[in-house]
Write a protein that binds this ligand. Structure first.
Ligand code: SAM
Length: 270
C-alpha cells in the first residue's frame, strides 16, 4: 500500500534541531558511517587542493574529516540550520545557512559535492540531483549517500521490523521521506550527465549499544508520533522495539547506506 507523501518539512514536522539530543542523534549516524564515507572519498582521489561542498552537513563530521584527514583546501558546509556546525568550527570550514531546495540556491562550483542522508528527506530529488551535478566543476565528483530499506514482505516479523515499517511509512506521511528511489541513484546520476557512475551499499551490524543501534532508537523516539499515527504500532510497540534493539535478542538487518558517485566530464581547471 502506498502512502500519500506528506507536505511537512525535515527539521519542522520531525527532527527539529532545537529538540534536545538532535545533534547527538546525527552524531550516532555519523559514527556508524563516517569511516565508510571517508574511505570512498579518499578512493575517489579527494585530497589536497580540492574545494568541497558538503550539503546538509548536519554536525559536520564529514566536513571536518575532509579538512583534517584528507587535507582538502576548503569545505563549504551548507545546512538549513547551522547551529551544530557553528559550535565546532575550524579553519578552512565555511558555513552557509540555506535551503538547498530554494530556486536561487547557488553556492558556487566545487571539485567535490557531497550529500549524505539528505535527499531522501526532500521532494524533487531528481531536480536536486541535476542541480547538485551542475555545481561540480569538470573532472570533479558528485557523491550522494542515502538509506536503503532492506525489509521486504518476507522479512520475519519482529519488534524491529514492525518499528522500521512504521518509521518509513510515518516519515513519508509527515515530511515526505522516501527511500524507494535510492537504488535508482546510478541511473539518476547518469541522467544528470555524469560519467562514469558507480554505487555501493554498506550495512553495519546492529550490535547492542552500537552507534547504529542508538541512532535507530533515537530516530524512533523522534518519529514516535508519526509511527503511531500509521496504526502499524502503538507506543508500547515502539518501547518494545527500543528495548529489543538494545538486547542480545536482536536478530535484524539494519537499513543500509547506498553511496553513488559520478564524474563531471572534462578536465579540472588548473
Ligand atoms: C540526517 S541529517 C544528515 C547530516 C549529515 N549529512 C550526516 O550524514 O551526518 C540531514 C541534514 O540535512 C539538513 N537538511 C534537511 N533539509 C534541508 C534543506 N532543505 N536544505 C538544507 N539542509 C537540509 C538537516 O538540517 C540535517 O542537518
Amino acid at each position: 500500500m502506498s502512502t500519500a507523501r506528506g507536505e511537512g518539512r525535515y527539521g519542522e514536522a520531525a527532527f527539529r534541531p532545537e529538540q534536545a539530543g538532535e545533534g547527538e542523534r546525527i552524531d550516532f549516524g555519523a559514527l556508524a558511517y563516517d569511516d565508510i564515507t571517508m574511505a570512498r572519498l579518499r578512493a575517489l582521489g579527494v585530497g589536497p587542493g580540492w574545494r568541497c561542498l558538503d550539503v546538509g552537513a548536519g554536525t559536520g563530521t564529514v566536513s571536518r574529516r575532509l579538512l583534517e584527514e584528507a587535507g582538502v583546501e576548503s569545505v563549504l558546509a551548507v545546512d538549513r540550520d547551522v547551529r551544530f556546525l557553528g559550535a565546532r568550527s575550524r579553519p578552512g570550514l565555511d558555513l552557509l545557512e540555506a535551503d538547498i531546495t530554494a530556486p536561487d540556491f547557488s553556492p558556487g562550483r566545487f571539485r567535490l559535492v557531497h550529500a549524505r542522508f539528505v535527499l531522501m528527506h526532500l521532494p524533487e530529488h531528481e531536480r536536486l540531483i541535476r542541480r547538485l551535478a551542475e555545481l561540480v566543476v569538470p573532472g570533479g565528483v558528485l557523491v550522494l549517500s542515502d538509506a536503503v530499506d532492506l525489509t521486504s514482505d518476507r522479512t520475519p516479523d519482529s519488534p524491529y521490523t514492525a518499528a522500521m515499517r512504521a518509521m518509513w511509512q510515518g516519515l513519508r506521511a509527515t515530511i515526505g521521506t522516501d527511500v524507494s528511489w535510492v537504488p535508482s541513484y546510478p541511473s539518476l546520476l547518469r541522467g544528470a550527465g555524469l560519467l562514469p557512475v558507480a554505487a555501493e551499499i554498506h550495512v553495519p551490524p546492529l550490535l547492542p549499544g552500537s552507534p547504529l543501534s542508538r541512532f535507530w532508537a533515537d530516530t524512533w523516539e523522534r518519529s514516535r508520533a508519526a509511527m503511531v499515527a500509521t496504526g502499524l504500532v502503538d507506543d508500547g510497540a515502539v518501547d518494545t522495539a527500543v528495548r529489543y534493539l538494545a538486547s542480545d535478542e536482536c536478530a535484524a538487518l539494519s537499513a543500509g547506506m547506498l553511496t553513488a558517485w559520478g564524474r563531471q566530464p572534462g578536465d579540472t581547471p588548473r
